[in-house]
Design a protein around this ligand. Structure first.
Ligand code: UDP
Ligand code: MG
Length: 337
């Protein structure tokens, strides 16, 4: 049984000191959410104080232009529970989350959206579940308050695909409200729109995963930052990780293999045609078989080269993993390490 995440450190006889490591780091990616932020900070702190959990809030400003960054910096100078991490420009929600993970020092990490669609009062419930021995507790928006065609449908498809291809059987991979053990997020390599598929990545890492129903509210201020083009990017990222999971060791071998098979068939037919021409004087002419042979050979060679290129690309990709996917302009916190 893993050690309790929400126990206090007891030193000496009856002297209880506040843990240096907070129970939980709440990571919030923020892009243009200036109206929601004061309400959000208040809701998070009052919930966690009421639950007697020590905490820090890490708001990552992802290139806001509406004054969110200024508000966060100002608040971080007043409040002791807030770190404001200001990114240089907009890098996307995944990168903002990765930045938050990087600054988090809590035993557990909780992520949620800044727009009040997730409910901070669910945080202690997720943490209690985590304490039962899980590495990741994912929120399940049973009453999701988003558009049907542009949001619910694509996410239904994505959820179905992941459920089919991994053995993580949860309903709502895309819910931002999640709780993690700190060790799990520490070595997670995020890029693109992958934050939505953290459970799938965590599953590859061998994490124990579960889900809990959480509240979900309609957006109160501003608009969603996700349109149909982002949905497409999300689906592409999904395909990449599913692909990587299937062919984890050498993901791109599949192209080379396809090319090779195609080349073998093409060559086989070519040899057969040459054979009948040479020994039985059968005219090759413009028979369909000839066209097939040429097609298979040409596509085979191309796919094979494609496979080689992809292999090189994968190597470059893995080598470039050390590079950050975001740049930090400024960190404002009263008690930064
Ligand atoms: N967000 C971000 N960077 C972006 C887009 C969004 O940090 O480029 C934040 C946003 O401020 C919010 C969360 O990510 O806190 C989720 O975004 P949004 O509410 O637009 O997405 P939806 O709820 O519609 O999925
Ligand atoms: Mg939202």
């Amino acid at each position: 049984m893993p050690s309790s995440l929400i126990s206090q450190q007891v030193v000496g006889e009856d002297e209880v000191i506040l843990p240096v490591v907070p129970n939980v780091s709440v990571v919030v990616p923020v892009r243009d959410e200036v109206e929601s932020l004061p309400l959000l900070l208040e809701a998070i702190s009052s919930t966690l104080i009421a639950s007697e959990l020590s905490y820090e809030i890490i708001c990552v400003d992802d290139g806001s232009t509406d004054g969110s960054a200024e508000l966060l910096k100002e608040q971080a100078q007043i409040r002791t529970d807030l770190k404001a991490v200001i990114l240089r420009r907009n890098y996307g929600q995944t990168a903002a989350m990765a930045a938050g993970f990087n600054y988090a020092i809590g035993k557990a990490v909780v992520t949620l959206d800044a727009d009040l669609q997730n409910d901070p009062t669910d945080i202690p419930i997720l943490l209690a579940k985590l304490d039962e021995g899980y590495d990741l507790v994912s929120g399940w928006r049973q009453n999701r308050q988003d558009g049907a065609i542009n949001r619910l449908l694509p996410s239904k498809i994505a959820n179905w695909l992941i459920r089919r291809t991994t053995s993580v059987h949860i309903h709502d991979y895309g819910c931002s409200l999640k709780a993690y053990r700190a060790e799990l997020v520490a070595d997670m390599n995020l890029y693109g729109e992958l934050h939505r598929f953290l459970p799938a990545l965590a599953y590859i890492e061998g994490a124990r995963i579960t889900e809990l129903p959480v509240r979900h509210h309609a957006r109160r201020f501003g608009q969603s930052k996700y349109g149909i083009s982002r949905t497409f990017r999300v689906l592409m990222d999904l395909l990449t990780i599913l692909f990587m999971k299937k062919f984890l060791t050498r993901p791109m071998h599949v192209f080379g293999l396809l090319g090779l098979v195609s080349m073998i068939f093409g060559s086989g037919i070519g040899i057969y045609l040459t054979f009948v021409k040479l020994f039985f004087h059968v005219d090759i002419g413009n028979r369909p078989l000839l066209i097939l042979a040429v097609l298979l050979l040409v596509t085979g060679v191309q796919l094979f080269c494609f496979g080689l290129l992809a292999e090189l690309l994968m190597r470059t990709y893995h080598e470039s993993q050390g590079r950050p996917i975001y740049r930090v302009r400024e960190v404002v916190a009263k008690n930064v390490k």
